[in-house]
Design a protein around this ligand. Structure first.
Ligand SMILES: [Zn+2]
Length: 473
């Protein structure tokens, strides 16, 4: 496959300035604030001048039930901190309450996260952009009818379903430290989506992602799992990522790629156990980008938030093909980045328990599986379903267009605002991930299940909180 190392790409970036205000609760490691930190850092690096920035629409219930069950989405729409008592039974059924708490604005948070990934897919489908970024997405653990691992709505599955309207084969790659179980499960029985997950395996959340889990039915050999041990460093990661992704590209030949850039695989993560630097993590982005395929990048885990924002800022620069200085520019959250105030981070001295022999063994096994794929799979022609977002529509009642932020307003946004403290992010906050769900059996997605009928949701008209322009291209 042709690769072009230094090509410039049209990059679209999805961000809503409200996202940083959603709060999972005191002591909870998932902090949407990290997305605002990322945004502010990349603004202050000047990266906004080189990409189109959109405020995503809020995904509707109708959009979300393309994957999720109607009753689960109806529940997410209804539940609030002040009416939880009425929903006791359903909270258990949908696994909401503990790791996935009810918080103010939970549903809107899901709408924005999902809206960004769906909009990104539509943009790529229209060939209006080569790379689309949604750091508010990447919530790979969410299941059809169940929240899991801090994720409620699986924006990735929704994005991939949208890509499948135009693309015969979509590749999903997951470099979060946790197994991308929700995405794998959704596409476990199809040959149109290959899921490739690199993750810590063994006594670790969510407990799935064994080397021998390879897909089922038509999807056999289309799920690829790379189970890893503690201490993965940059060199070891590259030694397995590059050959496996190369082989996957060669045999699967996708026409679009989604990369989940979970940053909990970085060294020093509050919940993670790998030892990657920002550069090592970013190399995965660089490598995938070289294939010049329509490319969606989403966020995911990441619990030492100063490093999450470093990594996602750096990866935005990689997407843009722009070099940025190691010296951090002044930004609203500058004090988080002390004592060095640098972009790049150093690995720790932790031992890498993934020996070259172990990694070689995994690679050999996976190559054997990939050899079972039909080479150069045939392309079926089919009718293209309607886009999730019809941007040509001039129906002003539908406020589901993504709004482009004009540059003059972005310039104004490089200003301080008040922020939560990073203190919870420090220290050994307890590895919540080991606490629950160990080895839980995965429920299989029943693709043939009929959806209950549901009345169409009435979406609220979004109040403009900032001067915005409608996209008119
Ligand atoms: Zn994770």
């Amino acid at each position: 496959m042709a690769t072009q190392p230094h090509s410039r790409k049209r990059v679209c970036y999805y961000y809503d300035s409200d996202i940083g205000n959603y709060y999972y609760g005191q002591g909870h490691p998932m902090k949407p604030h990290r997305i605002r930190m990322t945004h502010n850092l990349l603004l202050n690096y000047g990266l906004y001048r080189k990409m189109e920035i959109y405020r995503p629409h809020k995904a509707t219930a109708e959009e979300m039930t393309k994957f999720h069950s109607d009753d689960y989405i109806r529940f997410l729409r209804s539940i609030r901190p002040d009416n939880m008592a009425e929903y006791n039974k359903q909270m258990q059924r949908f696994n909401v309450g503990e790791d996935c708490p009810v918080f103010d604005g939970l549903y809107e948070f899901c709408q924005l996260s999902a809206g960004g990934s769906v909009a990104a897919a539509v943009k790529l489908n229209k060939q209006a952009s080569e790379i689309c970024i949604n750091w508010g997405g990447g919530l790979h653990h969410a299941k059809k009818s169940e929240a899991s691992g801090f994720c409620y709505v699986n924006d990735i599955v929704l994005g991939i379903l949208e890509l499948l309207k135009y693309h015969q084969r979509v590749l999903y790659i997951d470099i979060d430290v946790h197994h991308g179980d929700g995405v794998e499960e959704a596409f476990y029985t199809t040959d149109r989506v290959m899921t490739v997950s690199f993750h810590k395996y063994g006594e670790y959340f969510p407990g799935t992602g064994d080397l021998r889990d390879i897909g089922a039915g038509k999807g056999k050999y289309y799920a690829v799992n790379i189970p890893l041990r503690d201490g993965m460093d940059d060199e070891a990661y590259e030694s397995i990522f590059v050959p496996i992704i190369s082989k996957v590209m060669e045999t699967f030949q996708p026409s679009a790629v989604v990369l989940q850039c979970g940053a909990d695989s970085l060294t020093g993560d509050r919940l993670g156990c790998f030892n990657l630097t920002v550069k090592g993590h970013g190399k995965c982005v660089e490598f995938v980008k070289k294939y010049n395929l329509p490319f969606m990048m989403v966020g995911g885990g990441g619990y030492t938030i100063r490093n999450v924002s470093r990594a996602w800022t750096y990866e935005t620069s990689v997407a843009l093909g722009v070099e940025i200085a190691n010296e951090l520019p002044y930004n609203d959250y500058f004090e988080y980045f002390g004592p060095d105030f640098k972009l790049h981070i150093s690995p720790s001295n932790m031992a890498n328990q993934n020996t070259p022999e172990y990694l070689e063994k995994i690679k050999t096994r996976l190559f054997e599986n990939l050899r079972m794929l039909p080479h150069a799979p045939g392309v079926q022609v089919q009718a293209i379903p309607e886009d999730a977002i019809n941007e040509e529509s001039d129906n002003e009642d539908k406020v589901d267009k993504d709004e482009r932020l004009p540059q003059k307003d972005l310039d104004k946004r490089i200003v301080p605002d008040n922020e939560f403290s990073d203190s919870e992010d420090e220290g050994e906050g307890g590895r919540r991930d080991n606490r629950s769900y160990k080895g839980r059996k995965r429920p299989r997605l029943d693709k043939t299940e009929n959806k209950e009928s549901e009345e169409k949701p009435k979406e609220e008209v979004k109040a403009d909180k900032a001067p915005l322009e409608q996209e008119n291209r």
